[in-house]
Design a protein around this ligand. Structure first.
Ligand code: GDP
Ligand code: MG
Length: 182
């Protein structure tokens, strides 16, 4: 009766309607359903990496109705997370700004609460299929990632499974690297 140990807690953040749930469900089920609930959900998922079973928890968060100016990341979330996925929509400028705020908030909270985990970040520009409605350039995403030492991908959760796979696997690798080097 062997239960794999939880290897990593992954917190998915970002504004409303950017595809946080679509990305999470795509990764977990390989499918795009199109409509998702609007409650916080925590999933556990096993993957085999290098022949070894690894267990993740993924917290698909909900952006609050009345957001504070600080990007709405709580200290509880900061303590829980070993890695972050921050999602915006390439056709929603405001959602890019929410990701910027949340990155800043994470930095401040870390300092203030004394949480001393590396907790790597991947920034995701989703809805890449909607090129005609693009409001945020790829360069802006890349620059934000560079300036915050984060990973960056543009994906379409609607069109492919591959993008979600790469995002989660890359983050898991970064979490491991950060543990091995600390
Ligand atoms: P959340 O509020 O961030 O969890 O966003 P959801 O995952 O619920 O997605 C919000 C809406 O965007 C839904 O109608 C999805 O079907 C749609 N959506 C999510 N990802 C994509 C995408 O990559 N491309 C397009 N065109 N629509 C998407
Ligand atoms: Mg959602």
């Amino acid at each position: 009766n062997h239960h794999p140990k939880v290897e990593a807690n992954i917190l998915v953040l970002g504004a409303e309607n950017v595809g946080k749930s679509a990305l999470t469900v795509r990764f977990l089920t390989r499918r795009f359903i199109g409509e998702y609930g609007d409650t916080d959900s925590i999933y556990t998922h096993n993957v085999t990496v290098d022949g070894r079973e690894v267990c993740f928890s993924i917290w698909d968060s909900v952006y609050p109705q009345n957001p504070s100016t600080q990007g709405c990341v709580t200290e509880e979330q900061l303590r829980w997370a070993d890695g972050f996925i921050l999602v915006y929509s390439i056709c929603d400028r405001a959602s890019y700004n929410v990701v910027r705020q949340q990155l800043q908030r994470i930095r401040q909270l870390k300092k203030r609460s004394g949480v001393d985990k590396a907790a790597p970040v991947i920034i995701v520009g989703n809805k890449r299929d909607l090129q005609d409605h693009r409001e945020v350039s790829s360069e802006e995403g890349r620059l934000l990632a560079l300036s915050t030492n984060s990973g960056f991908f543009e994906i379409s959760a609607a069109e492919t499974y591959h993008g979600s796979l790469v995002v989660f696997h890359q983050l898991l690798e970064s979490v491991r690297d950060s543990r091995n080097s600390s």
